[in-house]
Design a protein around this ligand. Sequence first.
Ligand code: SF4
Length: 353
Amino acid sequence: MFHSITLCLDMKGCPNRCRHCWMGWGPNGDIPEEDLAAAAADFAPFAESLELHDWDREPDYSDRYRERWELCRRLSGPRPHPPHFELASVWRLVRDGSYAPWLAGMGVEAVQLTLFGGEEITDWYTGRKGAYREILRAIEILLQNGIAPRIQAFASKRNLSELSQVEALMETLDLDRRCREIGREFACFVHQGSCDGKNMAFYDEWVTPEDLEQIPDRLAAGTLKHFQAKTLLDVFGQTEGELCRQLLADGSTASYVSDDPVFFIDSGYDVYPNISTPSPLWRLGNWKRDGARAVLDAYAASRSPAQHARLTVPLNQMARSGGAPDSRRLFGREDYITLLLHRHCAASGALTH
Ligand code: SF4
């Protein structure tokens, strides 16, 4: 019996194909609404409390987002369903005039929006022409509805010089003042994301310590505040070389099994723990074919290839075979261990199974 289980069904997918997406580019499906109740009924007996979500990529992408929100709330419990995340669908914000008022009515005070620089590069990273202009319109719609836009920027060597355009936009739109006027505080931050899923393709362009000096002042200050950090290095982590040296001296293994697991269920009903990109490395089974009990048994026994590797292969072994001791790329320690795990499993052929 788990303390809690959170299920996130990728019922509708995502309108974007972001080049940095850690969730990957699975197909957009159309999971029938009745599967929410079926999943809740199947998993609930194994946890003291269940939390259900109808998305794991773009929130509220379905036209029936309100009904699904209510359904997820009703089917969750006995602990109360949490409030709406400070994540929303930009796609819907600019197409559905009743969406922002609905978010505001549910108490959403801020919504996170992602920029990479100016129009061209933001469209390129988001994988959709017009994405930048939609973000600009979404900012206005949010402010009109009393919701603060929170700007997230990603940094790699490719777009570092573009970050000044993000800062210029924040100033041009006077977001500090306008958020204050609606009783909110404007927040912004920059980070590199995890080297996972699609973002792994940017490994060669990954930020190194000297790149951090190029982060514009307002964005840097917002980053320190957002992460409650003293320096940008505290946010961006250590160099791969430093991490390799530490891990070469670390013979530990670990279990990813938690008493409060979160599971992604993709459009084909395959189930993955929320640790890294949903991929064959983390696949626990298929909910429709195998049922909740078998999926949870696989999780608890660390039977997905990546869980098994983390439980049985010492870090120093993974660092020896997959680490790059001369690399100055910056990673958080846990993100780097996940990257090593991916390299280890890929080398052992687990990705092709
Ligand atoms: S990063 Fe988010 S919005 Fe972009 S493709 Fe991935 S899930 Fe969709």
